[in-house]
Ligand binder design. Structure first.
Ligand SMILES: [Zn+2]
Length: 481
């Protein structure tokens, strides 16, 4: 009988903090848009005698990340040196936090596809510095130290995940939570969010975890999920074929969709940690915690729940609107102006998002502000324009400075709600369509609505879409009876 397997997954997420300067020195953090090795100084190059000093913003941002991931913030923590030889780390050690990180004991609640909730623990978050970048060109290698000593936080999860779906959802929620705090642009493509996965398999119900393999080089959300799936099957197959899992570090090869050995345990680096003597202990005061807590935004999860309750929209819609704080704000302001949450939600999710997507723009760059969109929706709501005309108005407004009401006036777009005018059009359509009228009269109750819709379409066409549809229907029904 085939054995049943269970997998155990833990994630280490590195997030680059969006500060103006590096973590220990005044070098600009705009490292990627500058010529190689221009954002360097004796401190980030690790010259002897150069003294690092913690950037205050880094600590503020890191604490916000701790709050966002429900961690306990340690009032005192310290920095350590992790010693190893690595060509793109000029000091031959990395400043990080070893046994006393600044944040511990957090969690994120994920929702599974079967509807269940699951809590994934966050073991710790610590502050550390980034390495430089090696560039290999043919026979030669070069190093760019612009990224050296860029501020990072490393978020270490508990081994609580059991499959790639759970890991994918956890990673997404961590990203959302961090993005809301605006401490980082959390882009996996740009490398400001990076993820390593620790994966092992064991027989179902076993007490002890199997040998774990670390997979690096995961630079997309889908890549993380695929690498985990691949690694789980590889490990099970290896064991079932009588082999053993080696404790090793593997790289995810996106092109061939496989993991490959990077270094085995024998070559594994024996890190030696010791306290960093050049940096003072981190001391966090109550005032600092209070100030930062006051700056924390409403979380995405809380926002979605509030939108569903307050605005009576679906959870799915609330989630899409909460994809960015700015879009959520735009929605709330539109509702404040339109007084119609459902219509505002529909217009933003269809028309607004479509235009943004087509033009590759964000809501902050959108040419119609929330008050103007609210005005358009109010015009529909009170029957001044039809939704068809509203779409036309929306298109004009995209490149027009005039207010929606002014455009409606100038372009004579207002709905015709004058009984005598509509009656005139109805009489004309009835006279010009004797066949349809006859058809209506002989049709059974089931078919009548369809025939009358055809006639109604003719009236709407005659009014260029401006006739009030309800009035057209009422008058038409009356004339045909
Ligand atoms: Zn520097």
């Amino acid at each position: 009988m085939a054995r049943e397997w269970e997998s155990v997954i833990g994630l280490e997420i590195h997030c680059q903090l969006d500060t103006k300067t590096k973590v220990w020195c005044g070098c600009s953090s705009d490292y990627d848009n500058s010529p190689e090795n221009t954002h360097t100084c004796p401190i980030c190059l690790g010259h002897p005698g150069a003294l690092p000093k913690l950037n205050k913003k880094v600590l503020d941002y890191a604490i916000k990340a701790g709050f966002a991931l429900n961690c306990d913030i340690n009032k005192e923590s310290k920095f350590d040196r992790k010693n190893y030889f690595y060509p793109d780390t000029p000091k031959n050690y990395q400043i990080t936090q070893f046994d006393h990180p600044y944040a511990e004991g957090g969690h994120i609640d994920i929702k599974l596809s079967n509807g269940d909730d699951k809590r994934i623990g966050v073991t710790r978050i610590h502050i550390e510095e980034d390495a430089g970048k090696s560039i290999h060109a043919g026979e030669e290698s070069f190093i760019n130290f612009n990224r050296a000593s860029m501020p990072l936080i490393e978020i270490v999860s508990e081994p609580d995940m059991r499959n790639s779906e759970e890991a994918y959802r956890y990673l997404n929620l961590v990203k959302d939570a961090l993005k809301y705090t605006k401490i980082s642009d959390v882009s996996m493509e740009l490398g400001s969010l990076r993820c390593d996965a620790n994966i092992s398999v064991m027989q179902k119900g076993a007490k002890e975890f199997g040998t774990r393999v670390e997979v690096k080089n995961l630079n997309s959300f889908k890549g993380v999920a695929r690498a985990i799936d691949y690694e789980i099957s590889r490990q099970i197959e290896e064991i079932e074929n009588g082999g053993e899992i080696n404790q090793e570090t593997r790289l995810w090869d996106e092109e061939s969709q496989v993991t490959r050995v990077m270094r085995s345990k024998e070559e594994a680096m024996d890190y030696r940690f010791f306290p960093e003597p050049d940096l003072v202990r981190i001391v966090i005061t109550d005032e600092q915690l209070e100030r930062l807590e006051g700056e924390m935004p409403e979380s995405k999860i809380a926002k979605i729940a509030r939108f569903v309750t307050d605005y009576k929209i679906s959870e799915n819609d609330a989630e899409t609107l909460s994809n960015s704080i700015e879009l959520a704000d735009y929605f709330e302001k539109t509702v404040a102006s339109s007084n119609n949450s459902k219509l505002s939600c529909n217009w933003i999710l269809t028309e607004v998002l479509r235009v943004l997507k087509d033009n590759n723009k964000t809501i902050e760059e959108f040419s119609i502000n929330s008050e103007e969109l609210g005005e358009i929706i109010k015009l529909i709501d009170k029957g001044a324009i039809s939704s068809k005309i509203a779409k036309k108005l929306f298109e004009i407004k995209l490149n027009d400075e005039r207010s929606p009401i002014k455009i409606v006036e100038d372009e004579k777009m207002a709905q015709v709600a004058d009984t005598s005018e509509i009656e005139k059009m109805v009489v004309e359509v009835v006279a010009n369509n004797p066949k349809l009228v006859e058809d209506y009269k002989v049709a059974d109750e089931g078919r009548k609505p369809r025939v009358i819709k055809g006639l109604m379409g003719q009236v709407m066409k005659a009014s260029k879409g401006k006739a009030n549809p309800k009035m057209v229907m009422d008058i038409l029904t009356e004339k045909l009876s």
